[in-house]
Design a protein around this ligand. Structure first.
Ligand SMILES: Nc1ncnc2c1ncn2[C@@H]1O[C@H](COP(=O)(O)OP(=O)(O)OP(=O)(O)O)[C@@H](O)[C@H]1O
Length: 314
């Protein structure tokens, strides 16, 4: 199967500021690819170029082999886009919202009703189809947004923060639909700040920062690269502790986060911890907290960007 998205040195300037700066991104058909980055990293700008809403300043973006710049109309037919804020029509019912969306896609009337019913069923809203959208819960509205993005059976679905603000049950339902799309061979590009979501859902993730790709890989590979365990140490003298343990053979990498906590990547926490505590005592460093865990995508993100990703759920 070919690629649903290939970008080559994709770049977009706003005045002299490069919001997207030479980005190479690939979304193969039949895969869910996560696009992850801190606020202002360039995710929305990338998505807006892919959806033909914004012209690239330089480089190339292909959607199913079609150039977004020169074949915008054809590209739009291939893409379903569910933006962060869809602004569903509160004065309509769920069914009416989908009918209007179907008309925008020029779906013939005789097919429209059946297609709308199919999608309402897919996202579990058939029973509530004739209720006003204003009476829907946040999760129901998101599912309606998703159904709107799927009406014209797109090859590529682009989701911008699809589960933002949703409860756990609603998030799982959205994930199930997204997995079902993948099983049908469609490609999904998912911009999210929820790293647990990316970990569970994505076949591959690309972390971007300041408009550039920082790293790409499967969640498992990226976590494996971090090391076996991560020891998080709270102390009021992080720099002293860093120098005290920096030369130790069991240290793979040390990062100090914005809160001043040390994140020490080690092969085996059980061996490293006694040494670490001894080194702290020898250098007169008080430890106020020591925890360790298997690497998560949060650790991957911190390792590659030097920052903790803000704004994910507890
Ligand atoms: N229309 C615009 N005019 C000027 N600057 C812009 C415009 N759109 C985006 N930018 C700038 O481009 C950079 C990337 O923004 P973008 O919205 O793509 O980031 P993002 O990764 O989607 O962030 P967030 O997670 O906050 O949505 C930011 O510095 C932003 O201020």
């Amino acid at each position: 199967m070919g690629d649903a998205v290939t970008t080559t040195r994709l770049t977009r300037y706003f005045r002299r500021h490069a919001a997207v700066d030479g980005l190479d991104l690939r979304v193969p058909a039949g895969e869910i690819v996560g696009l992850i980055g801190p606020n202002g990293a360039g995710k929305t700008t990338t998505i807006r170029m892919l959806t033909t809403l914004l012209r690239p300043s330089a480089g190339q973006a292909l959607v199913c082999g079609l150039d977004v710049r020169h074949e915008a109309v054809a590209v739009r037919r291939l893409i379903g886009y569910v933006p962060q804020e869809k602004g569903v029509r509160h004065l309509l019912t769920g069914r009416e919202s989908l009918e209007i969306e179907a008309d925008l896609h020029h779906i013939p009337r005789r097919r429209r009703d059946q297609r709308v019913a199919e999608l309402l069923d897919l996202v579990g809203l058939l029973a509530d189809a004739d209720r006003m959208v204003s009476d829907y819960s946040g999760g129901m509205q998101k599912r309606l947004d998703l159904a709107c993005g799927l009406l014209h059976a797109p090859e590529l679905l682009i989701l911008d923060e699809p589960t933002l603000g949703l409860d756990v049950v609603s998030r799982h339902r959205i994930w199930d639909y997204v997995r079902r799309l993948r099983a049908e061979g469609r490609a999904v590009l998912l911009a999210t700040n929820y790293l647990d979501e990316a970990d569970r859902l994505c076949d591959r993730i690309t972390i971007i920062d300041r408009g550039r790709e920082v790293v790409t890989g499967t969640p498992a590979d990226l976590k494996r690269d971090v090391g076996a365990d991560v020891v998080r140490v709270s102390t009021d003298r992080p720099e002293v502790l860093r120098s005290a343990i920096g030369h130790r053979a069991w240290v793979r990498q040390i990062t100090i986060d914005d809160a001043g906590d040390l994140h020490v990547h080690v092969d085996d926490a059980a061996t490293a911890l006694p040494d670490l505590v001894r080194d702290a005592v020898r250098h007169g460093v008080d430890l106020t907290g020591v925890h360790y865990h298997r690497p998560t995508l949060d650790d991957v993100f911190l390792r590659h960007t030097g920052r903790v990703l803000a704004g994910h759920p507890a």
